[in-house]
Design a protein around this ligand. Structure first.
Ligand SMILES: Nc1ncnc2c1ncn2[C@@H]1O[C@H](COP(=O)(O)OP(=O)(O)OP(=O)(O)O)[C@@H](O)[C@H]1O
Ligand SMILES: O=C(O)C1=C[C@@H](O)[C@@H](O)[C@H](O)C1
Ligand SMILES: [Mg+2]
Length: 173
């Protein structure tokens, strides 16, 4: 693997879960931009959003992405909003193979309802918020993706196997 593998997609797509499994399968290290950002700041994501707003969070997220791009090749789970900034989209494309994990609104809603650590979904109508996010970001996820995988009917293990297969196909073309 001569570049890192980035997983992009909306909240609940499985970037962290599938990313970890994929890394084990490919015998590569795994990093998660959200986790690295929390480690660097010593604060959790909801706290950063509260204190610095989304703009502050995005600034920190870009710094983390830049740092990871310059580090060793690995599997990298990204934050769902990483594609919002053009500079991030350029970095993803330049430094990685990019996998877009897709899932429908029902799945995203169910998977993200298990905890409340996503500030953008702390709203009265999370379904409407997810629909809005998909509308805004789907074209951006597609813009950066080398490979698109639908995870709707797959377990994380099945999704990881599918991603590995599609990635190999894409690399051999
Ligand atoms: N394919 C899947 N099938 C069933 N459950 C899944 C699947 N992928 C992820 N999950 C579950 O959904 C939840 C959210 O997954 P995960 O945290 O990996 O999403 P994410 O894309 O990293 O989201 P975020 O952008 O918020 O970091 C977890 O509880 C995970 O176990
Ligand atoms: O989709 C998003 O904008 C986010 C997704 C999460 O991974 C975190 O990066 C944060 O909760 C914001
Ligand atoms: Mg995640």
């Amino acid at each position: 693997m001569n570049r890192s593998i980035f997983l992009v997609g909306p909240m609940g797509a499985g970037k962290s879960t599938i990313g970890r499994l994929l890394a084990a399968q490919l015998q590569l290290p795994f990093a998660d931009t959200d986790k690295v950002l929390e480690e660097r700041t010593g604060a959790d994501i909801p706290w950063i959003f509260d204190v610095e707003g989304e703009a502050g969070f995005r600034r920190r997220e870009s710094e983390v992405l830049e740092e990871l791009c310059l580090g060793p090749h690995q599997v990298i789970g990204t934050g769902g909003g990483i594609v919002l900034l053009e500079e991030n989209r350029r970095l993803l494309q330049k430094f990685g193979h990019v996998i877009y994990l897709q899932a429908g609104v029902e799945q995203l809603l169910e998977r993200t309802s298990k905890n409340s650590n996503r500030p953008l979904l702390r709203v009265p109508n999370p379904r409407a918020r997810i629909e809005e996010i998909l509308q805004e970001r789907a074209p951006l996820y597609r813009e950066v993706a080398d490979v698109i995988c639908d995870t709707d009917d797959l377990t994380p293990k099945q999704a990881s196997a599918l991603v590995a297969e599609r990635l190999m196909e894409s690399l051999s073309q």
